[in-house]
Ligand binder design. Structure first.
Ligand code: G2I
Length: 456
């Protein structure tokens, strides 16, 4: 028996000891999970992931819609029903009916729920749009608290803050009435959400943060790293991943997923749709997620093409008539092929290191590189030998013309030629045989990178 089936069976067996056998038998019939490998949700679960869809409450009466939803998906995100205008239409008067309907539909069928979204510049009710300053800050925090409290224990992950960074090359915050209450509005929202629902994972969610080289991606990365360093409660990053001709799937997507994950947060693909629904692109997205241990789920932004906010782009996995599209088959196959797909990004220019295990007290460093025309990102893994490390230092000689532009999880000295990299406060201690990672981005080429590690 495969592991997930075994777990489900043992849970069922435990349930049988507590209730009448007939009732339990009926419950098992109703809740019987689809056979592994035959639906998106069951296949994702086999990989320790979820596969979800954005759901609209007013479609739950459409049986063609719910047939697909109930068969294929094991996670649900309310598409609009948890937004600020829906849940607090008048200040202090909360309205949870449509959101509750979706949550109940999902949870009664064993699907998990992602909450979307507690604080956002858009879809604010009129009363909030007209607020500013301290009054708005207080109203926003009250909203976060009330909504997260209402759904406490029912939502596995919240998009606490949505779309707070500007597009374009500046990496700046988006101007909004919330931003104008002070730059700390985001962390204030996360703290309020943690206090209200300590069991939920708290995510920052945004779009156009898929390409690792984009300023917006780097800006979100810098914020999440800062939050982790200062103990602001953040558990996950959501990449919306609305792909189209103007904002295509980037070849470095996997680097983006793994770089966020290396900060110690989960990564979730939260609103996936792809203009034209290329099977190959959907396959790549799934393979990229499976290749990153902390990429723990994918949500598509709607079920059938006709349900999409961009219906004319036919970006989803099911036709408007409910038929499976080639992209569906590609996604299912990718989920069933497991976690070691062929790379979708260009192979590293550096051959895989063949470093022997370090001796007592020593450490080793290996590097993997994602090179594109004109630049690269290097991820360096530091591994302790048979003794724990209490500080480490790595030397890397860069080829002529390569210049470091930024780095993470590390202190550096030197941007060109022989560069020296030392641990930061939170990653100097590495247990015997354990590893930690840091990274840097550089212009130029990465040919022949050969890191050496010394302790202390
Ligand atoms: O815009 C696509 C998504 C981008 N990321 C955040 C998501 O929350 C956002 O979802 C979309 C929904 O898919 C749309 O359904 O957000 C839109 C609003 O920003 C939603 O559109 C709204 C229409 O603007 C309203 O006129 C309409 O009443 O949908 C509402 C309900 O159908």
């Amino acid at each position: 028996m495969r592991r997930a089936q075994w777990k489900a069976a043992s849970r069922a067996a435990i349930a049988l000891t507590g209730v009448g056998a007939l009732a339990a038998g009926m419950a098992m019939l109703l809740a019987a999970p689809a056979a592994a490998g035959t639906t998106l949700g069951a296949s994702a679960a086999e990989q320790g992931r979820y596969f979800g869809a954005a759901v609209a409450a007013n479609k739950l009466s459409d049986s063609a819609y719910t047939t697909i939803l109930n068969r294929e998906f094991n996670s649900v995100t309310p598409e609009n029903e948890m937004k600020i205008d829906a849940t607090e239409p008048q200040q202090g008067q909360f309205s949870f009916g449509a959101a509750d309907q979706i949550v109940n539909h999902a949870r009664s069928r064993g699907m998990s729920v992602r909450g979307h979204t507690l604080a956002w510049h858009s879809q604010q009710p009129g009363w909030m749009q007209n607020m500013s300053g301290t009054a708005l800050r207080q109203a926003m925090l009250n909203h976060v608290t009330q909504v997260a409290t209402h759904f406490r224990g029912q939502v596995v992950a919240w998009d606490v803050v949505n779309e707070a960074f500007a597009d374009g090359g500046t990496g700046a915050r988006r101007d909004s009435n919330l931003q104008r209450t002070g730059n700390d509005w985001i962390e204030a929202a996360f703290r309020a959400a943690r206090a209200a629902d300590p069991g939920a994972k708290l995510c920052y969610n945004d779009y156009n943060t898929d390409d690792w080289t984009h300023a917006k991606t780097q800006a979100v990365y810098t914020m999440v790293r800062d939050f982790k360093q200062r103990g602001v409660p953040i558990d996950c990053v959501g990449l919306q991943s609305h792909f189209n001709s103007g904002s295509p799937y980037p070849s470095n997507y996997r680097t983006t997923l793994s770089s966020f994950a290396a900060l110690g947060v989960d990564v979730q693909i939260t609103e996936l749709d792809i203009e034209g629904a290329s099977a190959a692109t959907y396959r790549s997205v799934v393979q990229d997620c499976l290749a990153v241990a902390r990429c723990n789920g994918i949500t598509v932004w709607g079920i059938r093409d006709s349900d999409s906010w961009r219906a004319s782009q036919t970006p989803l996995l099911f036709t408007s008539g409910g038929a499976k599209k080639p992209a569906y088959d590609a996604v299912l196959a990718a989920l069933n092929n497991g976690s070691t797909p062929p790379p979708t990004t260009p192979p590293p220019t550096t051959p895989p290191p063949t470093t022997p295990p370090p001796g007592p007290g020593g450490c080793t460093a290996t590097v993997s590189v994602n090179q594109w025309t004109g630049g690269f990102v290097a991820t360096v893994r530091v591994t302790a030998g048979s003794s724990a490390l209490n500080g480490w230092s790595v030397t890397i000689t860069l080829p002529t013309g390569a210049t470091v532009t930024n780095a993470w999880n590390v202190n550096r000295s030197g941007d060109t030629g022989t560069t020296r990299w030392t641990n930061v406060a939170y990653n100097g201690g590495v247990g015997a045989g354990q590893s930690t990672e840091f990274g840097f981005q550089a212009n130029g080429t990465s040919t022949g990178l050969n890191p050496t590690c010394t302790t202390g």
